[in-house]
Design a protein. Structure first.
Length: 249
């Protein structure tokens, strides 16, 4: 199953590493391929996300707009998904064009299966005005499941030297069921920021339980903010909770 989407410009992109294709082989030179500003493409369950694939391409005869095609896709086992379409190309010189494809999810467009989170292949295809042609994969880009993370530090206020219990829950988007579910057995950092500081420091690392929940105790020493911070994985986006302020008296 896959989805084809196209549209106007929306976002900038990230530079990908070029494969082993040269102007001598194809005539068409793919100078730069960029996806989503260098950031992972992250889907939650709302289907409101969007991203852009941007390409700078050249040929000594100039680039034809008719056969331009861009896609990002992944196949794993029996599951396959693709977001693809015809980009909008703008000539910046007689030889070079900037081309962009915006993908905007819509209510009637399904999300990929959970199994497809991870690195997706980026495919580019262009034809020059003199018939020169290039089409092929051009590196990979991460597509991840959105994560959520909450925090609660209690009691508030607390006497200096007494224990604070910090709880929370790490969850991530389940694309198969369109809901968020606890992310189990994941290391999450507990961090603290003093009241008059802008810097968080990691205090300890706690592993989520069988439902994605977090719980630990620390000693109250000064006023400040407590938060959980998850570094992310190859399939799931990083996330940090908003700091929970505790008044120490």
């Amino acid at each position: 199953m896959g989805a084809a989407l196209g549209g106007a410009l929306l976002l900038a992109g990230s530079v990908l590493t070029a494969p082993a294709a040269s102007a001598a082989e194809t005539g068409v030179v793919i100078e730069k391929v960029s996806v989503n500003g260098g950031k992972s493409i992250v889907f939650g369950i709302s289907r409101t996300e969007s991203f852009t694939i941007a390409v700078t391409v050249s040929d000594d005869s100039g680039i034809s707009k008719d056969l331009a095609f861009l896609a990002i896709e992944r196949e794993k086992g029996d599951d396959y998904w693709s977001f693809h379409g015809t980009p909008t190309c703008t000539a910046v010189s007689s030889t070079t064009s900037n081309c962009k494809l915006t993908v905007q999810l819509e209510k009637n467009i399904d999300l990929p299966r959970n199994t497809l989170a991870g690195p997706w292949d980026v495919y580019v295809q262009f034809q020059a005005k003199d018939g020169d042609y290039y089409g092929g994969d051009w590196g990979t880009h991460p597509v991840k499941r959105r994560s959520t993370l909450g925090v609660d530090a209690a009691p508030e206020p607390v006497a200096k030297g007494k224990a604070i219990t910090v709880t929370g829950k790490l969850a991530r988007a389940n694309w198969d069921r369109y809901t968020y579910a606890g992310y189990t057995s994941q290391p999450v950092k507990l961090q603290f920021r003093p009241k008059n500081s802008s810097t968080y420091t990691t205090v300890k690392t706690v592993t989520t339980d069988s439902t994605g929940k977090l719980r630990t105790t620390v000693t109250a020493t000064q006023d400040g903010y407590w938060r959980w911070a998850f570094a992310g994985t190859t399939t799931t986006a990083a996330v940090k909770a908003s700091g929970d302020y505790v008044d120490v008296r």
